[in-house]
Design a protein around this ligand. Sequence first.
Ligand code: TMP
Length: 204
Amino acid sequence: MKGKFITFEGSEGCGKSTQSKLLYEYLQAKGCKVTYLREPGATKISEKIRDILLDAKNDGMSVTCEMLLYMAARAQIVEEIIKPALNKGGIVICDRYLESTLAYQGYGLGIDIGVIKAVGKFVTQGIMPDLTILLDVPVKQGLGYRENSKDRIEQRSLAYHNRVRRGYFKLVKLEPERIRIVKVDEDKEITQGRIRELVDKYVF
Ligand code: TMP
């Protein structure tokens, strides 16, 4: 792969969308060819899968079905967008990727980590990020932002979301060079400064 692949991770309300978009603008201003995506979503098919996954009415969904739907959405975005963009030498920024499934369905719901990694390798075709930015914010603080419109995943208990956050920390321990924690500051410019420092150091 000639390009560079950067992903954003974090628990609910950590500001990933804002921060990943700011990074996108920064890299574009530098003259880079950048593709911006979110997971699950970004392709017509994956956005439909996203709707099924997040619909609060689908409360009967089994954990295996949930994990496989996230993976199915990922298989499509890898094949349709990520792989071609990286092959052309571009930078791809993705808001969430495989680490989300490891944290939310693995550490959060108890699906075997080895199974998720094996399915993940299959659907990503072995394409893994060069840098993963984990935005960290206390769970209660993050969930607070979404008090009114909670989707199927956000509705889960505080204990669940704490398992997700701790799961992310476990992933960092396994790959501290690739997955970097960025502490979220109240000032979004300060947080963005921390991110840009990492990207400048690890991607260029
Ligand atoms: P978003 O809120 O960052 O757009 O992500 C959608 C939701 O889906 C969020 O609650 C996290 C969840 N999610 C998983 O549970 N597993 C996954 O693999 C991914 C990509 C997202």
